[in-house]
Design a protein around this ligand. Sequence first.
Ligand code: MN
Length: 739
Amino acid sequence: MIAVDLEEERKEILRRYRRLLRKAKPFLKDNDAKLIKKAFNLSVEAHKEMRRKSGEPYIFHPLAVAEICVEEIGLGTTSIIAALLHDVVEDTEVELDEIKESFGPKVAKIIDGLTKISGVFEHGSSQQAENFRKMLLTLSEDVRVILVKLADRLHNMRTLGSMPRHKQLKIISETIYLYSPLAHRLGLYAIKSELEDLWLKYTEPEVYQDLVAKIAESKSSRSRFIKSFMNPIVDELDRTGFKYEVKGRPKSIYSIWNKMKKQNIPFEEVYDLFAVRIILDTTYDQEKAACWQVYSIVTDFYTPNPDRLRDWVSTPKANGYESLHTTVMSRAGRWVEVQIRTQRMNDIAEKGYAAHWKYKDGMNPTHESGLESWIQKVRDMLEQNDTSAIEFVDDFRSNLFNEEVFVFTPKGDLKILPSGATALDFAFDIHTEIGAKCLGAKVNNRLVPLNYQLKNGDQIEILTSNKQRPNEDWLRFVATSKAKSKIKETLKESKKQAAVDGKEIVQRKLKQMKVPFDGDVANQLRAYFEEKTVTDFYYKVGRGLIDPSHIKNFKDFKKERQKSLRVKNKEHEYSDDFKKIEDPGKDILLIGEDMDVLDYKYAKCCNPIPGDDVFGFITVNEGIKIHRTTCPNAPELLSRHGNRIVKAKWMSQQQNAFLAVLRIIGTDRVGLMRDVTDIISNELKVNMQSISIDTETGIFDGQIRLYVNSTKHLDQLITKLEKVTGVMRVTRHDSREFS
Ligand code: MN
């Protein structure tokens, strides 16, 4: 047994506690320090007999979690208290009521949530679903539950070394599956990267150590490179009077590893190992101008790759990330990513939303209240059913739990459907008959249409009617293949029946007209009514879409009609073909959540053309109409008939292209690179995504990622490139893994 110096340990605990207080101090007000002390004392007392696997006193853990909350996430007093007490209810004798009494209902609720979450993954798969749901519902009460949990997880990952292997494996797989995407969604990039790196460290220890060593090895040459790269920029920044800081941090080990794996290349070939970050010290109202001014300085010295410009300064990412990224060609012939941002943006990038709100409220004294309002906002968004306002959190949840949605029958039975499933999917899931007669549904006692998208925790009662029957539109309302195939089946069935009915009606009508019925006449009728097939014609008569009384008109006009129709049909066909040949690069319009190619018409009120920002509107009689988002009718359509709006987006042929990777090997000469890129971008109009070139020892070895429309296109390109003087070999790499 190892002798423990208890006195020394007690001192260490106090040292750590004081360090926490020191870090939290700027945010504290009134009674806060007292409350934190009370929580600390309760936690020390409750955990006093416990030790961590490493042998340390258990209290080190809650203290560290609280410190992460303050320092790395930017949370305040409520979270510090919750962090200090986070394991108390689960692992010790202390009851939740006790905490509620001493620290109020808010802290108690967070701790209750944290205790519940720790059960996620604990049980078998059916239990898992239920736990996910609980976690979601808890999350919607207070986001701090998730933030404190992330801090807890981060500390556990940092101290994973002393855990037995099977526990390590469980913890790391949860981390990569659940916690790092969670951190990403919340904009906590620093925590996300660290979690991923730690995941790799314990998943592939040798690979990880190897990468750490290689990054360390290349450190001095990297700093030399950055120094010479930044030299002219720094001079100019100084001359212009900017206050700034330059960082040349390598990318995370995990992201380098990921790149190596995806592109199947060794460490040495990962060309964007690091990014140069320029962090500006400027006032809030000068931010945007300053960032672009620095961009202008950088690109005065180095040529930017226009495809790699990312402006998250003008439009921040949904999770709050702001930064201006550009990739420029250095004099050493390597692409370098330069990130330009202000101190504030950098804080947000590393600490996420909590930092965002700190800045929003400006000064420190209101820190907790700023955070309060953020949490309130997230909660409001979660509670609102209005989808337009949801964005951030909804995105967060659907991305995290994008596979399934958990809902309940009126009796409380759990049903698991794919995410995106609607009330109609649910109805078909219960029974085909119920699906086929589905009129609508009551979700949590509120009446909703049958295309209502289910949310986790919804309780659904299906309303049916005997008069109801499936129609074509329904296919757009369902996400499950079960519902889709059942709807198609019934449609086919009823179409068949309608065609049989229609044929009978036609035959009766002809008999009245004294026209003998045969295949020829049927076909002439089809042509007269301009239908594609005879069955289509019968079907429309059967459904009443063609008025049978019009059949008698056919008799009089049938001869001339027949002739002109034939000509007309031919012309029609030719012009179709002609269009296809003439305009191979025509943009296509993708519609709906799944971005399908569907039939549509242009709205006459705003006449959209390809490239316009558009949306689809489901009309009663004319299918989908496409409107511009700037259409004068748009506000009304969008606000009053939201359920009939479908997404629509132009897809240019170029975007439709696929990514290919070419490797070019040759003898290096002046201008070779320019000749190669000229062919790619000017002559063949190919869109290059990136290019990396090594010209060691006179050998030109380049890798180009580009978009091509077809393999034929690619072959053409290869042939052309092979003709460039100096090029010896052009080969295509497998690009399956590229995103
Ligand atoms: Mn813990």
